[in-house]
Ligand binder design. Structure first.
Ligand code: FAD
Length: 476
């Protein structure tokens, strides 16, 4: 009798302990992906749905080569599984663990339900290096500050080695009903907005592994410094692959231990630490299930957000009149990704200059990022707002002009995403309003016509935000 392996946020065959365990039973293996619009879980944004289509398509091909046919079904997970189990007489179900609280609840009740029906159910690690329920401070509580969290984690464990993909899966002899991926309509129809996303990304496990190799062979050298420069290819861009589980942090850490990496220790350690922030975000989310909707620091509940709809729209469209902010928002819209430094600048601008509630920014990122992640997105937005655990202090208000001058000194990033400013001299690329009419004319820039005048004045906005933040009782 066969066994089932349930795929969710782990669209890979390598370092997939659930798949390996299913293969090790020696029974026929039926791989299943259920498109369940679990109400407790936010549905994916359009860019992630595009990614999901391609990733599932590659996974199906990889499983086919191993001898198994990926069954695609849409519907509630429990009832879909019950039907499959009745139809096939399956005796066991394997899966890899998910760590956001809504999914933990769903998976725990599913486990109980299936065990009550007499099935063997087993879950495995893979998404995270640490188990958030087991990692505790000396005082037995969860961590709220990154540095001790990471010191403890990186000091005490050397992550396990990844497991190989099974050599083959014993095929299930009968053909099972399966949806056609195309019928799930995950891809855009007209207009085909995914053109730039297609150019920027290749979803799937093979591309994830190639991206890691490329990064370790090249951009890791100088990562500690270059990771802050949005115009260069200085980071790994592994985030969407991690979000879909096409690669695991165990594979990344194993590769970082490899003797063939030719990069200074400082660069390797900085990269490990960034992956550590992902662990920390999940740690926070696990212990604070409302991280995406509730201020971690409740004194922020009293914050006087203005939530001006027009300003939110200007920000979303990259039309704020602040070039570095607009470049970032357009990079996001066009490619489904934004450089980390610019994520911080754009988020700070929305929250502090425009006084729009961080949750609205979090929701926009969720809808548009290919790497939208329930833990990283929520924790990072709260970090920028100052409402989070181990957050940026409330008085830290990113100056969009100085940030631009420091991290994109020649304006290369801005010229790429805000072409209407591309002819401006470097001196004015971050502050076009400061240029004389002659300079603007020569560059073909007409403020208020082909590029907006700033939607708020930086200094006034900064002072207003500081006053509002100071009024909160004891923000930290
Ligand atoms: P690299 O620099 O190559 O880092 C490697 C990996 O480490 C990343 O893929 C990511 O998994 C992890 N990582 C790096 N920086 C961070 C960080 N600050 N916090 C948590 N993990 C990190 N990241 C997401 O994966 N999904 C999100 O939805 C997301 N939303 C964000 C929202 C805001 C407002 C901010 C400021 C940051 C957000 N981040 C998010 C974190 C970070 O910007 C991205 O992980 C990073 O830009 C991805 O690019 P990369 O893979 O090239 O990163």
């Amino acid at each position: 009798r066969p066994v089932l392996i349930l795929f969710r946020d782990d669209l890979r065959i390598h370092d997939n302990r659930a798949l390996s365990a299913a293969a090790d039973t020696g029974a026929p293996v039926i791989p299943v992906y259920i498109r369940d619009r679990e109400p407790a879980r936010r549905d994916l944004g359009a860019a992630r749905l595009w990614w999901l289509h391609h990733s599932l398509s590659e996974l199906a091909g990889a499983l086919q080569k191993l001898g198994a046919h990926l069954v695609l079904q849409a519907g509630p997970t429990a009832t879909t599984l019950h039907t499959l189990i009745e139809e096939t007489g399956a005796t066991a179900v394997f899966w890899n663990r998910r760590y956001d609280p809504a999914c933990i609840e769903l998976d725990s009740s599913l486990k109980l339900d299936l065990r009550n029906r007499g099935l063997h159910v087993e879950s495995f690690d893979g998404h995270l290096l640490h188990e958030p329920s087991l990692t505790k401070t000396g005082g037995g509580t969860s961590y709220k500050v990154f540095t001790p969290f990471w010191r403890s984690l990186s000091g005490h464990i050397e992550p396990r080695d990844p497991v190989d993909a099974p050599k083959a899966l014993k095929p299930y002899p009968r053909k099972l009903a399966s949806d056609d991926l195309k019928d799930w309509n995950l891809l855009p129809t007209a207009p085909d907005w995914a053109k730039r996303i297609r150019e920027a990304w290749t979803p799937g496990e093979t591309a994830a592994r190639a991206r890691l190799d490329d990064f370790l062979g090249d951009a890791i050298k100088g990562y500690a410094e270059r990771r802050d420069l949005p115009s260069v290819n200085g980071t790994s861009r592994l985030s969407p692959h991690l979000a879909f589980g096409e690669i695991t942090p165990f594979q990344i850490f194993r590769a970082l231990r490899s003797k063939t990496i030719d990069a200074p220790t400082g660069d390797v350690d900085t990269f490990r630490k960034e992956v550590g922030w992902r662990e920390f975000s999940y740690h926070l989310l696990f212990h604070n299930p409302d991280l995406a909707t509730q201020n971690f620091n409740p004194s922020f509940d009293a914050f006087a957000w203005e939530n001006d709809g027009k300003l939110l729209k200007a920000w979303q469209k990259g039309q704020t009149g602040y070039p570095i902010v607009d470049a970032g928002m357009r990079q996001l819209w066009q490619s489904g990704w934004m450089h980390n430094r610019v994520r911080m600048i754009t988020a700070s601008f929305l929250i502090k200059h425009l006084l729009v509630d961080w949750r609205k920014g979090e929701a926009w990122f969720w809808d548009t990022l290919v790497d939208a992640d329930p833990a990283n997105n929520a924790a990072s937005w709260q970090w920028v707002a100052g409402s989070g655990a181990d957050a940026s202090p409330y008085f830290r208000i990113f100056n969009p002009i100085l940030q631009g001058e420091k991290f994109d000194p020649k304006g290369d990033y801005i010229r790429r995403f805000v072409p209407e400013l591309s002819e401006l001299p470097d001196k004015y690329i971050h502050s076009p309003w400061a240029a004389s009419k002659d300079v603007l004319d020569a560059a073909g820039v007409k403020l208020g016509t082909n590029y907006p005048v700033p939607v708020v004045d930086h200094k006034k906005a900064r002072d207003r935000a500081l006053q509002l933040y100071k009024r909160l009782k004891g923000p930290s």
